[in-house]
Design a protein around this ligand. Structure first.
Ligand code: PNS
Length: 162
């Protein structure tokens, strides 16, 4: 199965990494697809988010990184993926994820969504809280890899200076 794991990855968290490492063995190839949404402000640029992913996923032989803009189903159709992978952290993720999965399948009937349950010890991890905690000077070392933590700190320092 060729699948894609779409997301904002702003930045990659330990929760994302766990889903990628668990989904990869289930797939012949897994593409981590970074969404490019010019109307949404992000901490990291598209290129930076892709670079971070490429650096952090280099140990996974059947995983590559790509980006897309516009509708996910159009990208899935163009790339001919058989499935979309998403992680479910808790019951509050379920309604939106089910809605997206159903809408995507309505638009593209063969587009199946495979939802993996996040590991219990990572179910509280989100990119938005990583950004907020880091902005407010708190520790993010339990939420992201040391490499990502360093990238976030460097980005916030360079933003403060500008
Ligand atoms: O990491 P995120 O922000 O939870 O990822 C959400 C994402 C990128 C998967 C979702 O917003 C998406 O698919 N965006 C592309 C636009 C699209 O297809 N929207 C309709 C969804 S039914």
């Amino acid at each position: 199965m060729r699948a894609c794991y779409p997301g904002s990855f702003d930045p990659l968290t330990l929760g994302h990494l766990d889903i990628i490492e668990r989904a990869a063995p289930l797939c012949a190839h897994l593409t981590v697809a970074v969404v490019h949404n010019p109307s949404k402000q992000t901490l990291f640029s598209l290129a930076e988010r892709q670079q971070i992913l490429e650096n952090q996923l280099a140990h996974l032989g059947n995983v590559s990184v790509d980006h897309f803009s516009g509708l996910l189903v159009e990208y899935v159709r163009k790339m001919d993926y058989q499935a979309v992978v998403r992680g479910l952290r808790d019951s509050s993720d379920a309604p939106i994820e089910l809605q997206m999965a159903r809408l995507n399948r309505e638009m593209l009937p063969h587009c199946e969504t495979l939802m993996l349950a996040a590991a219990g010890h990572l179910s509280h991890v989100s990119s938005s809280f990583v950004r907020e905690i880091a902005r407010l000077g708190g520790p993010i070392d339990q939420l992201v890899t040391p490499f990502v933590a360093a990238q976030v700190k460097q980005k916030l320092t360079s933003k403060e200076a500008s």
